[in-house]
Design a protein around this ligand. Structure first.
Ligand code: F3S
Length: 404
């Protein structure tokens, strides 16, 4: 790779050991992908995971004196104060949370603890070159905003934040942003949940190809958030186009860069229902409801609050969201409404954290396949249905119908 003078100095240790390591990782990535040189980034987001490797790497950079030139927002860990009122938190887990917070704080990260930064606090403009990790982020950034990011790891995004540059490859290049397969959506797409299913289903048919969708009409921000999360959980799709909706796809021809359409597939209502029946565990009694994977927006919190207002939940219900949305929910009365019904709104927290140990071995209900995907290894079962249906089930303590 051809490096600028300052980048070379970073690589040789002129800016300290932490920056040296970050640039070494960036150069190795660039060489692996045949990048000719580095380009500056204007935004970064790190999928902080609060897990051992994440902590090791962040402390290594911070102890080496690194600080972020392009300060990243960060993913949720778990809100120790809130969760310790709900359950017992192991000393060891508390320590990891505190050390991770300290390491990222020393690096100069913006401690948002939120996995939908593209909706609040870290929103790009068209064409901005960025470095984002986290599954729902990369498709939203590339496809909905027309910003440019590769599907980064937490570590590579943190290195970009420290060095201020990324290797020029992948989705940063025009030629890699062209559609590769046309997806005709014939399903009705009536609600956000249908986008969850479409997101999970599509890669099963399209593999790693960049999909171009027709038949999708003005999806909501929640639909697009869920869509991206599932595209990158059911498969590895960091970019797509929706014809007539996303900025790089005003027409089918534009989405394919005026090239040939070599492959086409169709998605029907039956495909989405079949996907749901494959993902969900069997119906019946449930022990809890869990939402916010990705973090709920205030509009989603509103739906839950209006449904449970003046009623009592038969099982506890948990909503994960950002600190900003929690604050809004308090100001708008939703927090109290949900608490009075027996539910909780928890900020800064991820599904994939040890703070949910008290739910292991139990059966929950959710609207998110991603939530269920990450909890399989933790011995949690999930019924996966649309949001309104799942809240009704939480009010009753069971859901009837489909059995595996
Ligand atoms: Fe967010 Fe964690 Fe789910 S980062 S999308 S709550 S797995």
């Amino acid at each position: 790779m051809i490096l600028k003078q300052e980048e070379q100095a970073m690589l040789e240790g002129g800016f300290g050991e932490g920056v040296k390591l970050a640039m070494k990782v960036q150069v190795a990535l660039g060489e692996a992908f045949d990048a000719p040189y580095m380009v500056p980034v204007t935004r970064t987001h790190v999928a902080l995971s609060n897990q051992e490797a994440d902590l090791w790497f962040a402390e290594k950079l911070a102890n080496g004196g690194a600080t972020c030139r392009v300060r990243p927002t960060v993913n949720p860990s778990f809100n120790f104060e809130q969760l310790s009122c709900i359950t017992h938190i192991e000393k060891e887990d508390e320590e990891t949370v505190k050390r991770t917070h300290d390491a990222y704080n020393r690096l100069g990260a913006i401690m948002t603890y939120n996995c939908t930064p593209y909706l609040e606090k870290n929103v790009p403009m068209f064409g901005e070159i960025c470095s984002y990790s986290e599954s729902s982020c990369t498709p939203y950034m590339n496809s909905v905003y027309g910003a440019r990011t590769n599907r980064e790891a937490a570590q590579s995004a943190l290195c970009a934040a420290v060095t201020g540059v990324v290797p020029y490859y992948g989705y940063l290049l025009d030629e890699n942003r062209k559609g590769e397969i046309l997806v005709h959506v014939e399903a009705d797409m009536e609600n956000d949940f249908d986008y969850q299913m479409l997101g999970y289903f599509t890669p099963k048919k399209t593999g790693f190809k960049l999909p171009v969708f027709t038949g999708l009409k003005n999806p909501s921000k929640e639909s697009l958030m869920n869509f991206g999360a599932q595209l990158n959980t059911g498969g590895n799709v960091a970019m797509y186009h929706i014809v007539g909706f996303t900025p790089e796809a005003p027409t089918v021809e534009a989405a394919f860069h005026n090239g040939d359409i070599k492959e086409e597939v169709t998605v029907t209502n039956d495909d989405l229902r079949e996907m749901q029946s494959m993902l969900t565990d069997g119906y019946g009694k449930i022990d809890f409801a869990l939402y916010g994977c990705p973090h709920f927006t205030i509009d989603q919190v509103t739906i839950v609050a209006e449904m449970v207002k003046g009623r009592k939940l038969a099982v506890p219900l948990f909503i994960m969201t950002s600190g900003l949305t929690l604050d809004l929910a308090k100001k708008m009365g939703y927090y109290n409404t949900i608490r009075e019904a027996g539910g909780y709104i928890v900020s800064d927290t991820c599904m994939d954290q040890p703070c949910w140990k008290f739910l292991y071995g139990k059966k929950g209900i959710t609207d998110s396949p991603k939530c269920a995907y990450y909890t399989k290894r933790r011995d949690m079962e999930f019924v996966i249905v649309p949001l309104e249906q799942s809240v009704e089930a939480a009010l009753k303590g069971e859901i009837t119908g489909y059995r595996k």
